[in-house]
Design a protein around this ligand. Structure first.
Ligand code: SF4
Length: 236
């Protein structure tokens, strides 16, 4: 029986080689022609960005997609842009990350009890994946949820991630012949819903620069979500 770490490693190899979404595969090439000056000399990852974190995670964070010059550049989710800076600083303060900064796939950062993934694993134009692309990429979230058996809380960052997690869990239930007698709540910051499998789904505004710079998502709003998560998970 392979360990969760081994299974995640197989899955991530598959993800990195994925070319199911032609528009996103083409966009990866386009991004290389649009490098900002500060990254002009850098070589970009330019492939699907796999999830990463603790194979025994109790918290699963689901974002939207890698940013063109963030995750798509560095090859690690939420790494290399301001939304990542906001997220990792918070994760560090709450005991989930060994460092407040995620710099590259090669830094020594270690995540504790958390695994980070996304709705789609390739950077989409204007950060807007199509419904078809979301559906294509859902298979990987289904696999992550199967492998990460200790997950107790799923934190969805933004409405698209929230709706995707909901739909994914519903599909898993139906595929197992189980009924999913639960009405989807409307997305809002801090929304919390018990899922029929005993896990808890929490929604938060995405820590995008657009949200944090405009004050739509403040540090204290984000902290209150993590304080709640820490009451559901024993962090240590
Ligand atoms: S978004 Fe997901 S399904 Fe589409 S090409 Fe990238 S990894 Fe594959």
């Amino acid at each position: 029986m392979p360990t969760p770490a081994k299974e995640l490693s197989f899955l991530n190899e598959k993800i990195v080689a994925c070319r199911l979404c032609p528009r996103l595969v083409a966009w990866r090439e386009e991004i290389l022609k649009k490098k900002p000056k500060r990254f002009a000399a850098e070589s970009y990852w330019s492939r699907p960005v796999p999830g990463f974190g603790d194979p025994l995670a109790e918290l699963l964070i689901v974002g939207l997609a890698p940013a063109a010059h963030g995750g798509n550049r560095t090859g690690r989710m939420f790494t290399g842009d301001r939304s990542g800076d906001f997220l990792f600083e918070t994760l560090h303060r709450f005991g989930y990350s060994s460092s407040p900064k995620s710099i590259s796939r090669e830094d020594s950062l270690v995540l504790n009890k958390v695994y980070i993934t996304a709705t789609v694993r390739c950077a989409p134009p204007k950060n807007k994946p199509s419904l078809e692309e979301i559906a294509h990429c859902r298979q990987y979230l289904i696999e992550e949820l199967r492998i990460l058996k200790n997950i107790r809380v799923i934190l969805a960052l933004g409405r698209i991630a929230f709706d995707n997690v909901w739909q994914t869990v519903q599909l898993i239930f139906h595929s197992q012949g189980k009924s999913f007698a639960c009405k989807k709540p409307s997305f809002s910051h801090g929304i919390e819903q018990n899922l029929p499998d005993g896990r808890v789904l929490i929604g938060s505004f995405h820590p995008s620069q657009q949200n944090t710079f405009t004050g739509k998502l403040t540090q204290s709003m984000f902290d209150s979500v993590f304080s709640r998560i820490n009451t559901l998970i024993t962090i240590g």
